[in-house]
Design a protein around this ligand. Structure first.
Ligand code: HAM
Length: 427
């Protein structure tokens, strides 16, 4: 017998039926459709960009010193010996496309959103995978604090539209370059004064990246970080005013955010506002989404300086939260079971119902006995069933059977009449 092959560790199949509810198509459809509806409601339009980019884009964009670039990228040489990488995130690729297609000159205010797989060779655990999907949004050409507030509210609205309760918006600022440089020095001084308590990684970070000490997971470092000087005291007047406005707008929009001084994010391109949505329902992988302003990145990657801000949310994490609290129906609204001789009528009627309304209609095309057909209606989670035999076709009337409560309603066998009946019964 041939050996059975398995999916690569940390990479999931999303299927119509699964043992793990969060990997079911119905839950993913709900997450993706809801996010799309909310994001497009803010005027964003979808972009589809390649999954593979030149390695240099991520090295320069995300930063050589980050965990993502130094440890987690899937990098390979193609046949022409070019170094390519499976994208670990979507922002760098969007910026590459923004620059390459000259938007800075033609129309710098662009609102883009995307969905797709990202790849990071992290240690897999609940909520953390090696191939995972992100839904992201990027706004170019707007530097006003109103842009920051709107993007944060939009991310929050996606969670609300999904019915997620246990989600907290966290916001922080990293200030402009001048503020960050000043703060790094302050933090270095503080870390040196506490060097004996710090983990080895943080000892090294004193020189390389003191900000990352603030979100170190080591308990001893966490304790020291809790009392670290706040970046607020190092902010320039401009950065302070920007952040004050962002938080004022968030409050005006009714967003109950938490200011999190340790929110520094793991990608180097951020400046000014950073934010995350966290949950207590996913254990260690508590970030449902995150983002921030990255005004310097477009210039850094060779483009005309253009302000930018955006976020990305993890689809698996959203799906885990949805699946834990909700039953997501995916079965057909109507299951038509034709007896022998009624197949053609059934196919035409089903088409008329699909054309007339937003309903999922399945015809049993197996040719088996009624009992088997009804078993399938149950199995696929159909809401209503309609049996079509000679008698029904002759009368042009049938019984719409509600499979949840076992009641029936008489209905004329036309697409319009069935759509009207479903609309009334499902409401
Ligand atoms: P990020 O914080 O690295 O940001 O990722 C955003 C979200 O993707 C996380 O909050 C999490 O929900 C999900 N995620 C990240 N890694 C994994 C993983 N290994 N398994 C499952 N889910 C994961 C970014 O990627 C930025 N590009 C966001 C952004 C857009 N900033 C500005 N614009």
């Amino acid at each position: 017998m041939s050996e059975i092959l398995h999916a690569v560790k940390g990479m999931n199949d999303v299927l119509p039926e699964t043992a793990e509810a969060f990997l079911s198509t119905a839950v993913w459809d709900k997450v993706i459709d809801t996010a799309r509806r909310v994001i497009e409601g803010y005027g964003y339009r979808q972009v589809l960009i390649p999954i593979v980019e030149e390695t240099a884009l991520f090295a320069r964009g995300i930063g050589e010193g980050t965990d993502i670039v130094s440890k987690e990228m899937y990098t390979f040489s193609d046949r022409g010996e070019r170094s390519l990488t499976l994208r670990p995130e979507g922002t760098a690729g969007c910026v590459r496309a923004f620059i390459e297609h000259g938007f800075a000159k033609t129309d710098p205010v662009q609102k883009w959103w995307y969905i797709g797989p990202m790849f990071r060779a992290e240690r897999p655990q609940k909520g953390r995978y090696r191939q995972f999907y992100q839904i992201g949004a990027e706004l170019y050409g707007a530097s006003d604090p109103a842009a920051d507030a709107e993007v944060i509210v939009m991310m929050w609205r996606i969670c609300q539209a999904l019915g997620l309760k246990d989600v907290t918006p966290r916001v922080n600022t990293l200030g402009d370059k001048e503020s960050r440089d000043r703060y790094r020095d302050v933090l270095r001084g503080y870390m040196r004064a506490n060097v004996d308590t710090l983990c080895d990684a943080c000892k090294a970070r004193i020189e390389t990246n003191p900000l990352r000490f603030l979100d170190c997971k080591n308990p001893a470092c966490k304790e020291v970080a809790r009392k670290a000087p706040d970046i607020m005291e190092s902010l320039s007047a401009q950065s302070r005013a920007h952040f004050d406005k962002v938080t004022t707008y968030l409050r005006d929009c009714g967003l109950a955010y938490v200011r999190d001084a340790a929110l520094v994010r793991g990608l180097d391109y951020y400046s000014e506002t950073t934010f995350e949505l966290t949950t207590s329902a996913l254990g260690a992988q508590d970030a449902v989404g995150g983002g921030g302003r990255y005004d310097g990145l477009i210039e850094e990657l060779g483009g005309t300086p253009t302000p930018a801000i955006g976020f990305a949310m993890g689809v698996e994490r959203l799906a885990l939260l949805v699946a834990a609290t909700q039953q997501v129906a995916s079965g057909p609204h109507l299951f038509i079971a034709p007896m022998a001789g009624a197949e053609s009528f059934a196919l035409q009627l089903a088409d008329a119902v699909r054309t007339g309304g937003p309903y999922r209609v399945e015809v049993d095309v197996t040719g088996r006995k009624l009992k088997g057909q009804m078993r399938r209606a149950d199995k696929v989670g159909a809401r209503f069933a309609l049996v079509l035999g000679e008698d029904e076709i002759a009368r042009r009337h049938g019984n719409l059977k509600d499979l949840r409560v076992s009641s029936t309603s008489d209905v004329a066998l036309t697409g319009d009449a069935i759509c009207a009946a479903l609309a009334k019964l499902i409401a």
